[in-house]
Design a protein around this ligand. Structure first.
Ligand code: ACM
Length: 654
């Protein structure tokens, strides 16, 4: 994550009423876009390609038979459906294969003759009063069909416990569906804060609901090295541990040498095999990232000889103290050397060992080798780097990094894998076979595609899940904001780019400020739904208003599933300015339509008997606090926001 761009300033986007292109004519379950849409019986996220609602309902009987092909790939598909249909409902659900299954209530069929429209992940789902049929070319398609089917049943289907008095019905419908792009990723940073194997599985379970198929694990950084590498035991004995700190990450008091370094963890290779299998069973590939040459303090604390400055410092894994100066922009100035030395052959043999083991462990075809935000200041002072520049004819530090990336790419490719890096890898002279993950806005991805690189779009402008979702007065403080409606504008294939180079899109959850899995979920949902719809659904079917109606229905589903999500979309947006006579002017708005804002300046807690916001406000001279809350009708819906007038004055001075 980083500080390069203050892309979306807190509270500055006023998009209430924003709407996208109208729905295609094949969709009959939603109303045209109007401001007060009602919940719909069919509320699938991501929106399918075509949904034709039919009359009637399928009612789940007490004894359910699922017919499915008997391939190993199908095991998790049927197990998942069996679990969802039996645990909350109490129904007896059996799975059969080996005959035609004509009388089974739910039939999953692999097409004998491939349907080209569906590709490898598409499906057709037909719900009739007496039978449910899902057809696909491949098991992955059946899995996504099952995910959509589960979303047709009442929200209680998400429960981990039996429910009662529920009518387990699904509306009759014909759905044809397939993804817009093949790469639909979420990145989880397990380096800044470690997430256990079970927590990663929990994250995978939530992401497959929205048809994500790639989990990018950011495995190494300044704060931790999380993957066992045989032959380099210190990476996990030393590099996986720091001092537990609580508060606001980034400026913690540097730990003293005697503070216990017991916070962190790592995955053994056996752990990773288990995770990879768990993900694969759910049609998710895990892409490993080893972030070099910057972001490497955990490796250097383990093996200082990997830096250009081995004797300079007593290197320690970062515990959230300041190690970087961003005041002059990018690249940052490192206060502690966190870069691998590009002029040291030992670094390349170290990386060869690491990449050999990573390549053997992870079946996915790409290995991500980072490349972002490498500071150059320690390289600039290094005699070894100066000698390398002379020998190789390198004119500047970008070219030095380019040299490093080429060497690393050759190692990755020598193991039969494809090389991917953050878009800084283009700043040197990049080989055409490198794939680029575009994060510094969309432009770098467009440039990379023009240069015929494969590209995954994950621009911080739309897809950075570590950014605040509403005003910093209620959200854990990060340096930038990304509201749900902005995330929903994400287009992985921007105008003018040749789509053949765009592999897809991805949202990234950096975890400097995310210390537990509940917070990881809070940061991911609902923005993860917006990104999922952006990478799966046809562009012309995206519609902010109908999307948000479905999001609210999914909030209820996530409540039942006990998956956390952020309610930030209900919180009002503050905008401040000054009148000609220097008075503070406060403008309030909401991200979604249909909400009322009530406020107080007298330190008491407003409800719907308080003044309703209708026009710009100017606080009285002695007021110290503006409290606001949103309502839908008589129901409070946003959180109570306590905004000090001093804070608003400060913002008005900026
Ligand atoms: C990044 O956010 N530094 C890739």
């Amino acid at each position: 994550m980083k500080r390069l761009f203050l892309l979306v300033l807190s509270g500055m986007i006023s998009t209430a009423g924003y709407s996208q292109a109208p729905l295609s004519t094949t969709t009959t379950m939603t109303e045209p876009a109007t401001s007060n849409l009602l919940p719909t019986e069919i509320a699938i996220i991501p929106e399918p390609v075509s949904v034709i609602k039919q009359a009637g309902h399928f009612i789940l009987p007490e004894n359910v038979t699922i017919y499915a092909p008997a391939s190993p790939e199908m095991k998790q598909v049927t197990r998942f459906l069996q679990e969802r249909l039996s645990i909350p409902t109490g129904s007896y659900v059996s799975v059969v294969s080996g005959h035609t299954g004509e009388h089974a209530q739910i039939r999953l069929i692999l097409n004998d003759k491939q349907n080209p429209q569906l590709g490898t992940e598409g499906y057709q789902l037909t719900v009739k009063p007496n039978q449910i049929l899902i057809r696909a070319n491949k098991a992955a398609g059946l899995y996504y069909g099952v995910q959509s089917l589960v979303q047709l049943f009442p929200k209680e289907i998400e429960s981990k416990e039996p429910g009662s008095h529920i009518r387990w019905s699904a509306p009759c419908v014909d759905i044809t569906d397939y993804p817009r792009v093949g790469w639909r990723g979420l990145m989880l940073d397990v380096a800044r804060h470690f997430f256990t194997k079970e927590e990663v599985k929990q994250y995978i379970n939530a992401m497959v609901r929205y048809k994500y198929n790639i989990l990018h694990l950011h495995l190494t950084d300044d704060e931790g090295w999380r993957i066992e590498i045989k032959g380099f035991p210190k990476l996990t004995e030393v590099g996986a541990w720091n001092v537990k700190k609580t508060g606001e990450f980034g400026n913690f008091i540097p730990p003293t040498p005697d503070e216990p370094r017991t916070y962190g963890g790592f995955y053994t290779q056996e752990d990773l095999k288990e995770l990879i299998q768990y993900a694969q069973d759910r049609f998710v590939n895990i892409m490993p990232e080893i972030d070099v040459p910057g972001h490497s303090l955990a490796a250097i604390a383990s093996y200082p000889e990997l830096s250009c400055t081995p004797g300079a410092e007593n290197y320690r894994v970062r515990s959230g103290e300041r190690i970087m100066d961003w005041s002059r922009g990018a690249p940052p100035t490192a206060l502690v050397d966190n870069t691998l030395c590009p002029a040291n052959e030992k670094v390349y043999s170290f990386l060869d060992s690491v990449i050999t083991q990573v390549a053997a462990l992870f079946p996915f075809e790409y290995i991500h080798m980072g490349g972002d935000e490498a500071p150059f200041n320690f390289w600039q002072k290094s005699d070894a780097v100066k000698a390398l520049m002379q020998k190789e004819g390198l004119k500047n530090m970008h070219q030095v990094q380019g040299y490093f990336e080429k060497r690393v790419q050759a190692i990755v490719e020598s193991k039969g894998k494809k090389f991917m890096g953050w878009d800084e890898i283009m700043d040197g002279d990049l080989s055409p076979s490198a794939a680029v993950m575009s994060w510094r806005g969309v432009k770098n991805g467009v440039d990379a595609a023009m240069k015929k690189h494969e590209v995954v779009m994950s621009p911080s402008t739309y897809a950075y899940l570590d950014y605040m979702q509403a005003d910093q007065i209620t959200e854990p403080r990060v340096y930038a904001s990304l509201r749900l409606n902005k995330a929903y504008e994400f287009d992985p294939i921007p105008a003018g780019v040749d789509p053949k180079y765009i592999k897809g899109g991805q949202a990234n959850l950096w975890t400097e400020q995310v210390t537990n899995i509940r917070q990881a979920e809070y940061m991911t949902w609902p923005r993860g739904m917006a990104i999922a719809e952006s990478v799966w659904s046809p562009k012309e079917k995206k519609n902010w208003e109908t999307f948000f109606v479905r999001v609210e229905q999914h909030f209820q589903r996530l409540d039942v599933a006990e998956t956390k999500y952020a309610p930030s979309v209900y919180d009002p947006i503050f905008k401040v300015s000054r009148s000609a006579d220097k008075q503070l002017i406060i403008e309030l708005s909401t991200e979604i339509t249909g909400l009322d804002i009530y406020y107080s300046f007298d330190n008491s807690f407003p409800d719907h008997f308080y003044p309703k916001y209708t026009e710009k406000l100017t606080p009285q001279k002695d007021a110290t606090m503006l409290r606001v809350i949103t309502y839908r009708g008589k129901q409070p819906i946003g959180r109570m926001m306590n905004m000090p007038i001093d804070e608003l004055n400060k913002r008005a001075r900026r």
